[in-house]
Write a protein that binds this ligand. Structure first.
Ligand code: C2E
Ligand code: CA
Ligand code: CA
Length: 351
């Protein structure tokens, strides 16, 4: 028995309480839906995630059962999608914990309790600092520093990312406007910030106007996941941003869904090679070949290349030799609060 729950959600009622049989069934559904379809000559791929709750075990009531299945579904999606999960009472605890954390995050944002740290970006040739990447920080009163990977994902799931993103943009531009030109600031954008057409360009233009920062000193970092869906509106938004005079960098390039098509179909000024490349450089000569090739390709397309995650002198030298323009990593400077940024010493040293 199948019932439709939402535009892309269905309830399937199975007449068995045998967990093994249900697991097999779920796996078969996932496999079947994973097969590509031919739609008018175009290859289409979809996927499915499944959450399973057992009547009589997890709950007797239909509503509770659906809620439980929904929690299990959220877990299946969080575990990478295209899979199934059984409801587990611990999921409820986790949901409570996440609800609390997201309320606290909303609060932190409202009370200006988030912080921005800045990590230096260094010219590979001269070793001079050319700018900073702004990285959001949440000093939590009880938990200490919550990693951005945790709270950014939470903000994305709860819709808080738009406000958080605006806060980051404004704070980053305000701070950068106090640095000597031409130091730049890079701000990370999450795909969720592109959901409303026209919104992101408006937020960026307000942040620039408010701070007085010259647009060419602002760089926006996007990830390839943004380019995977809604190609046309995203392309439009990127052109609008470029029209404001800011530049666009492709973050974490070379992992995940990397596609060479992204490099020519989207208006990009910079490629940021994922730190996985930097880390594997010493282990495998093939990695150097890839880095060198990405650099030549990017340069030929008029883009610059930043290498991330530089932790050793050997990596720094190898990346510079491969032609990377800018380097970033703990070797060159850790993210630091705005009153402790290294360019201050650099400029003193020059005077
Ligand atoms: P990312 O954009 O790839 O940022 C670089 C991350 O690498 C930062 O982690 C930085 O501290 C870390 N890192 C820098 N140098 C090194 C190194 O030499 N070795 C190693 N192992 N790591 C290094 P962080 O600050 O924890 O940020 C994690 C991710 O959170 C960021 O990855 C970014 O995707 C996201 N994020 C942070 N701030 C924001 C924000 O304001 N908005 C959005 N949308 N995402 C953000
Ligand atoms: Ca980044
Ligand atoms: Ca990155």
């Amino acid at each position: 028995l199948v019932a439709r729950l939402g535009s892309d959600e269905f309830a399937v009622l199975a007449d068995t309480g045998d967990a093994d049989a249900l697991a097999t069934l779920a796996q078969r559904i996932v496999e079947a839906l994973r097969q590509p379809y031919d739609v008018g000559g175009r290859r289409c791929e979809i996927g499915a995630s499944i959450g399973i709750a057992l009547h009589g075990v997890d709950s007797q009531e239909a509503d509770r059962l659906l809620q439980h299945a929904d929690l299990a579904l959220a877990r299946a999606k969080a575990d990478g999608r295209g899979t199934f999960r059984f409801y587990d009472a611990r999921l409820d605890d986790e949901l409570q914990r996440r609800r609390r954390l997201s309320a606290e995050l909303r609060d932190a944002l409202a009370t200006n309790a988030l912080a921005l740290h800045f990590q230096p970006l260094m010219d590979a040739g001269s070793g001079r600092i050319v700018g900073y990447e702004a990285l959001a920080r949440w000093p939590h009163p009880e938990r200490g520093w919550v990693p951005p990977a945790t709270f950014i994902a939470l903000a994305e799931q709860t819709g808080l990312i738009e406000d958080l993103g605006v806060w980051v943009l404004r704070a980053a531009c305000r701070e950068a406007a106090r640095w000597p030109a031409p130091l730049t600031v890079a701000v990370n954008l999450s795909p969720a910030q592109f959901r409303r057409d026209g919104a992101i360009a408006e937020f960026v233009s307000v942040a620039l106007r408010e701070s007085g920062l010259a647009p060419e000193r602002l760089e926006l970092e996007i990830t390839e996941s943004l380019l995977m869906a809604r190609t046309e509106p995203v392309l439009r938004a990127l052109r609008e941003l470029r029209g404001l005079g800011v530049s666009i960098a492709m973050d974490d390039f070379g992992t995940g869904y990397s596609s060479l098509a992204h490099l020519w179909r989207f208006p990009l000024d910079r490629v940021k090679l994922d730190r996985e490349f930097t880390q594997s450089l010493a282990d495998d000569a093939k990695v150097g070949v890839i880095v060198g090739s990405v650099v030549s390709m990017a340069h030929a397309l008029g883009m610059s290349v930043t290498a991330e995650g530089v932790e050793t002198e050997a990596q720094r030298q190898a990346l510079a030799a491969h032609g990377c323009d800018v380097l970033q990593g703990f070797l060159l400077g850790r993210p630091a609060p705005p009153d402790r940024l290294p360019h201050q010493n650099q400029d003193e040293a020059l005077v």
